[in-house]
Write a protein that binds this ligand. Structure first.
Ligand code: 5GP
Ligand code: MN
Length: 341
């Protein structure tokens, strides 16, 4: 059990609390942020949830839901931020954020708060916040949020417990590949079971997230399947998708999310490397997935990224001065180094 008291103590006097997700938001950080916001809204606090960019469409069941009047949801891109003037709050809480760089353009706003907190499950020694509660045994940060909520004596009866349960389930479902990955523990299933007891069947959440593929997404996948490259006798699968290819199929960035785990699902493949266009021209975002044969957190660390042993990410920046082809070769070399046979 984590030391949740230190968080409660840190935020007890705060009347406005900002909750931050990581850049390129996913089901876990969005689910965790909303679950935490619903919970804290019960204590007379005003909560602002601040995402860097609009989260993926398939999480709309969370971020487009009608919110209590003391919860606000902001999408912070530079333009929006200037318009809305989000207050810095009395406390700032980052969820599922392993390193302050993952706060993107919101770093300044986060650190302006007099009290900062981090709740996370990544392998990271980063101590960017005043108070950190991090457990890499949680399959998802959302597991931790549920544990926090359950510390409250009458947790089953608190307002918004159904919304909290749905948000937590979304975080767990997405970060475990629908309860399939090796990060799943008996606790993961117990917590999921509890959320279903509270909120009823969650089948519709699976459907909302995974059974809403657009025709453009299918066109992108058809193209992508045809251009997978293999290295190391087929143990490494590499797929690079360009902005032009995405534009040709009409698919948006959300369409790429299922491709990294897909690479690992190929027979004989231990490590999947998905390379997606980055925010600016010349930048690339990489998603690494592995089985027990490679620690891709270590691989990502070598390039300034991070994450988990079986799922990590990093960014290639042209400013590094290394041509992309050379970077690719180095990356594959690093994967080979990380092999733990
Ligand atoms: P994804 O491939 O889904 O973007 O990320 C896989 C995992 O690695 C996630 O847990 C994500 O938070 C983490 N991750 C992705 N990109 C980065 C990065 O650039 N830095 C760090 N530290 N973690 C990352
Ligand atoms: Mn997570």
């Amino acid at each position: 059990m984590q030391d949740w008291k230190q968080i409660s103590e840190a935020i007890t006097g705060a009347s406005v609390i900002n909750v931050f997700t990581h850049i390129h938001s996913d089901g876990d950080c969005v689910g965790s942020a909303f679950a935490l916001a619903y919970f804290l809204s019960n204590f007379g606090k005003k909560i602002n949830i601040i995402c860097e960019e609009k989260p993926p469409e398939n999480l709309a069941h969370i971020y487009e839901a009608e919110l209590p009047e003391n919860i606000n949801f902001y999408v912070y891109d530079e333009n929006n931020a200037a318009d809305t003037e989000i207050p810095c709050g009395d406390a700032a809480i980052a969820v599922d954020v392993s390193d302050s760089k993952r706060l993107g353009a919101r770093q300044e706003l986060f650190f302006k708060a007099p009290v900062t907190v981090r709740i996370d499950h990544h392998i990271s020694n980063d101590t960017f916040a005043n108070v950190t509660v991090c457990n890499s045994q949680w399959a998802a940060t959302a597991e931790g949020i549920w544990e926090y909520v359950k510390n409250y004596e009458n947790w089953e009866k608190i307002p918004y417990i159904t919304e909290i349960a749905k948000s937590v389930y979304t975080g767990i479902l997405t970060d475990t590949g629908s309860f399939a990955y090796s990060n799943v523990t008996p606790d993961t299933h117990s917590i999921a079971a509890e959320t279903i007891r509270v909120a009823g069947s969650m089948a519709w959440i699976y459907s909302a997230i995974y059974e809403n593929q657009t025709k453009e997404e299918i066109a992108l996948k058809a193209m992508a399947y045809g251009k997978v490259e293999y290295f190391e006798e087929g143990k490494i699968a590499y797929l690079q998708i360009t902005r032009e290819e995405m534009e040709k199929t009409g698919a948006d960035d959300d369409a790429l999310s299922g491709l990294a785990p897909f690479l690992r699902s190929i027979k004989g493949v231990s490590v999947g490397i998905l390379v997606k266009p980055g925010k600016l021209s010349g930048q690339w975002r990489l998603s690494l997935r592995s089985d027990e044969h490679c620690d891709v957190n270590a691989v990502a660390n070598a390039f300034g990224g991070g994450g988990h042993i079986r799922a990590s990410g990093l960014t290639y920046l042209p400013e590094s001065g290394m041509p992309f082809d050379e970077f690719k070769e180095k990356l594959i070399g690093e994967v080979k180094n990380g092999w733990c046979d």
